[in-house]
Design a protein around this ligand. Structure first.
Ligand SMILES: *Cc1c(COP(=O)(O)O)cnc(C)c1O
Length: 431
């Protein structure tokens, strides 16, 4: 499978080169040349297949010959070694829990898949590659964990000192091996600025080959389509038509869901639920795309004012607004609405949702007010303990720490403190 740049001013590349480059040289996002539907019996018989069999069939066309079949199977076995349960909440609603991975955030699958692909591409190479990432919390942990122990790849993570939660900091700083955490005296924006500067620093390129593990990378984006198939497998005997509500920030996850639909999975409709960062809900009202600076909320992994993957979604509908609107509805919700949803889900069903999942729930409920005949699934993208303070202060219940989290809390933190770009550069040139 080849990939082209959505800016159309860069050469067409293989899957391998799209993964290594991340973004095309003309600044565009890579997009597969073709999305081919799978035979309908595949979707009818999902419940007779293992998750790994489903994954191999669904993802193979996007990888094609760049990774041999037996290696791809091996990679998928490694990436998908945990559960993706749909927990029923009412007669017409369930939640797809995507947080059973090693860092308890849904980004684990994409980050691990990308790590395994890069590891394979560099396994036999003399060269080594360094993945450089800035994190405001969640992404860094998933990336660090995904790349842990992958040969030929080093990971350097920048995070803002004192501005990530204790659990998140432990997940970044206790791994060791090929992972180094740089604790930056500054904000997330400072970390991001330093990383961007490093990528265009010509002198630095003599010392290291740098790459990003950004969410626009095709190897992080595409495997997310598997979530929807795993969910569909569990609800396919339902008589109602299926809809998905996706709590969205950069819109990679939702876009992957639409790809699952394009390869033939029967889905009636998608709901994109956001917090007050409502660039997409506004677009769906006005057909005018006006990005803006992000606003901080309690569902902070979705605090995005200019969602990078939305361009892929528009492309999937040939930039035809009416076609898009027929398949996607979008709503935004305030922190107050999110907290009261967390409380009402808990009171009605005993289920503890995190703030991101609660935004997804709100989107689903609003859509179902006018479409009660559907069966809706909202995606739970993080375990509630990852947003412990918000969850406990909202529902007034203490949460037990799961084993994945308890394990890291007992480990010793290792970080290198830096405050300027020069210090980052020095580290990258000498370490
Ligand atoms: C990243 C993230 C999201 C948003 O996903 P996108 O693909 O960027 O839309 C939602 N919830 C959590 C917990 C996340 O970490």
């Amino acid at each position: 499978m080849n990939y082209y740049s959505l800016n159309k001013k860069a050469p067409i590349v293989s899957f391998k080169d799209a993964v290594i480059q991340g973004i095309a040289p003309d600044g565009g996002l890579y997009f597969p040349e073709r999305i081919s539907p799978l035979p309908p019996p595949f979707f009818k018989n999902l419940d007779q297949l293992s998750n790994q069999e489903i994954a191999f069939t669904a993802i193979r066309q996007f990888v094609s010959d760049d990774i041999p079949d037996n290696k791809l199977k091996e990679i998928l076995a490694e990436v998908l070694d945990f559960d993706f349960p749909v927990v029923p909440l009412t007669d017409n609603m369930g939640t797809l829990e995507l947080f059973h991975g090693p860092t308890m955030a849904f980004k684990d699958v994409g980050a691990r898949f990308m790590a395994q692909c890069l590891g394979y591409f560099f396994e036999k190479s003399e060269e080594e590659v360094t993945v450089l990432v800035a994190t405001s919390g969640d992404t860094g942990g998933a990336v660090a964990n995904g790349f842990l122990g992958v040969t030929g790849v080093k990971v350097v993570i920048l995070y803002p000192s004192g501005k990530v939660s204790e659990i998140q900091e432990r997940q970044l700083t206790t791994l060791g091996k090929n992972i180094t955490a740089l604790e930056v005296d500054g904000t997330f924006d400072d970390c991001q600025r330093m990383v961007k500067k490093a990528f265009v620093d010509e002198e630095l390129k003599k010392y290291r080959r740098l790459t990003s593990a950004n969410s626009i990378n095709v190897a992080r984006w595409l495997p997310q389509l598997l979530y929807y198939l795993f969910a569909f497998k569990q609800v396919q005997e339902k008589e109602q038509e299926i809809i998905f509500s996706v709590p969205s920030g950069n819109f990679g996850n939702l876009c992957a869901g639409i790809v699952a639909q394009r390869i033939g999975m029967p889905v009636r409709h998608f709901v994109a639920a956001t917090n007050v960062n409502d660039t997409v809900p506004k677009f769906m009202e006005t057909a005018s795309y006006d990005p803006k600076p992000s606003t901080a909320t309690i569902s902070n992994a979705m605090d995005v004012g200019d969602p990078s993957n939305f361009i892929r979604i528009r492309h999937l509908y040939d930039h035809d607004f009416d076609k898009l609107k027929a398949n996607l509805t979008s709503y935004s919700f305030t922190d107050e609405e999110t907290r009261s949803a967390m409380l009402s889900i808990y009171k009605k069903t005993g289920y503890v949702a995190d703030p991101h999942g609660a935004v997804g729930y709100l989107g689903l409920r609003r859509y179902q007010e006018s479409h009660p005949e559907t069966y809706g699934i909202f995606l739970e993208t993080a375990h509630p303990v990852k947003f412990l303070d918000t969850v406990t202060s909202t529902i007034g219940k203490r949460l037990d720490l799961p084993t994945q989290i308890r394990k890291v809390m007992n480990k010793e933190k290792h970080s290198i403190k830096i405050s300027t770009y020069e210090e980052l550069k020095q580290f990258l040139c000498t370490a």
